[in-house]
Write a protein that binds this ligand. Structure first.
Ligand code: C2O
Ligand code: CU
Length: 480
């Protein structure tokens, strides 16, 4: 028999839940049910969970359409410097590799073949895939041997700009040219005049235009990884994008470099960031100066003012004292009407301001350690992979994770399979209105992030300066 007190309590709970359900749209309410269902509902963190509930879909909604792609990694030659053939490793013979484009809801099936002289895997950076499709050797799959093949299959849960690359000896394999693009288009299209991808990379080329074969040098390990002497966009130096005056462009920039960070400027162009790491921002941000670290993507909404007809606007990188020209936007004399629509945004990105006062659940210190003789290790919590601690997080619960960078180097920290949001920097609360899968932690900086993991499995968490990752800056995060 139920006591009347118990009945009253149940009615109260039902009322509270009802109010919550009414305050979000119906789809949101269904998601809320799924997420809250996994949450330990007693915690004070539930307000943060509720604020998050309609931020993005917990599950994919497969449309039933399967898109098949063939992807082969092999040794090949490309022209990076005009008039020279450079030996690279590539996907399908080009650097960048193919641009896979699908619609949200479509299933991606990639028949991958390894024609490299060594083992490899493919990791789908930023895509919330089932754990066994994540491409991390020794964690989610066995490495794919030379001559062997593997089928990757997943239905993306988010529309946006993603990329893929190997997760075996990444500091060499990615540097040699193994990376490609995955674009997941929205269900409804926005009427941009052009939708363009700029894959930004740098290369360390010798005087004969060959890739310097000295990987993981002591210098690169002790600094911010391997920074090259030739910067390319889409595999070419000085990429030019031709547009008409009045056009509105969606420019998707991806940093596939091992270590270099770019802070692009857009000159006189009206350029707004509408998405970070694939996910729409809550409100558009000024694009100039955003620090695009290895792994990061930004989608930039560029309106080319008719007054720019006949001009060329250089896109420059200002991250270091030496400015680098990445490419240019060349505006023709033709003037067209500017497509007019609201900036695509995600109003449901939480601000999580109240998270600032919560205690830290996991404090991750980052530092280097000299090994006896001529080596260096990069550590998380004082340990180097594979000896790093594993973290365990419960799906649907809010966690606050703090990165304490005790070193003088840069560390873009990337977590597979999840998105998170920065909530403070050096103790100062910030509302950066977007989710990320990779956050740049500067020298001696402390960055706190909030995260509600949704996808279960063993996920790699590492610095995306690939030399740092190779030297130990990696751990496994188990979402249960
Ligand atoms: Cu783009 Cu584990 O990496
Ligand atoms: Cu690092």
């Amino acid at each position: 028999m139920m006591t009347s007190k118990k009945k009253q309590l149940l009615v109260l709970i039902a009322l509270v839940l009802g109010t919550i359900a009414l305050s979000v749209n119906q789809k949101g309410a269904q998601q809320l049910a799924k997420i809250v269902g996994k949450s330990d509902y007693s915690s004070e963190k539930n307000a943060l969970v509720q604020e998050f509930a309609s931020a993005y879909e917990p599950e994919a909604s497969p449309s039933g359409v399967v898109r098949e792609f063939a992807l082969t990694a092999s040794e090949s030659q490309v022209e990076i410097v005009q008039g020279y053939e450079t030996n690279v490793w590539s996907y399908n013979g080009t650097v960048p590799g193919p641009q896979l484009r699908v619609k949200l809801g479509e299933t991606v099936r990639v028949a991958f073949e390894n024609d490299l002289p060594e083992e490899t895997t493919v990791h789908w950076h930023g895509v919330r895939v089932a754990n066994e499709m994540d491409g991390v050797p020794g964690v989610t799959q066995d490495p794919i041997q030379p001559g062997a093949s593997f089928v990757y299959e997943f239905t993306p849960k988010d529309a946006g700009t993603f990329w893929f690359h190997p997760h075996v000896r990444g500091s060499e394999q990615v540097e040699r040219g193994l990376y490609g693009v995955l674009i997941v288009e929205d269900e409804q299209e926005h009427s941009y005049s052009q939708d363009v991808v700029w894959v930004v990379d740098d290369w360390r080329l010798l005087s004969d235009s060959q890739v310097s074969p000295n990987f993981n040098t002591m210098h690169d390990l002790m600094h911010d990884g391997r920074w090259g002497n030739v910067i390319t966009v889409n595999g070419k130096q000085q990429e030019q994008l031709e547009v008409n005056a009045g056009e509105r462009i969606r420019l998707r920039m991806i940093n596939t470099s091992n270590g270099r960070i770019y802070a692009p400027s857009f000159g006189q162009l009206d350029a707004k960031i509408i998405a970070v790491d694939g996910m729409y921002v809550r409100k558009p941000l000024d694009a100039s100066g955003y620090e695009l670290a290895p792994g990061n993507r930004i989608d930039v909404d560029i309106k080319v003012d008719p007054s720019l007809a006949g001009k060329q606007i250089d896109i420059q990188d200002f991250f270091t004292q030496n400015t680098n020209k990445l490419g240019a936007i060349t505006v023709s004399d033709t003037v067209v009407a500017t497509p007019s629509f609201e900036y695509p945004t995600n109003k449901s990105v939480p601000n999580w301001v109240s998270a600032v006062d919560l205690p830290v659940d996991h404090d991750i210190t980052m530092n280097a350690r000299r090994l006896g003789g001529m080596g260096i290790e990069w550590t998380l919590g004082g340990k180097a992979f594979p000896n790093t601690d594993q973290l365990s997080l419960k799906a649907g619960n809010f966690y606050k994770i703090s990165y304490t960078n005790e070193s003088f180097r840069l560390h873009p920290m990337h977590l597979h399979g999840q998105f998170f949001k920065v909530i403070s920097r050096n103790g100062v609360p910030v509302d950066e209105p977007y989710f990320q899968d990779t956050v740049l932690v500067h020298s001696k900086e402390t960055v706190e992030i909030g995260i509600i993991p949704l996808d279960t499995g063993a996920w790699a968490h590492h610095c995306h300066i690939l030399e740092h990752a190779e030297a130990g800056m990696m751990q496994v995060v188990n979402v249960i």
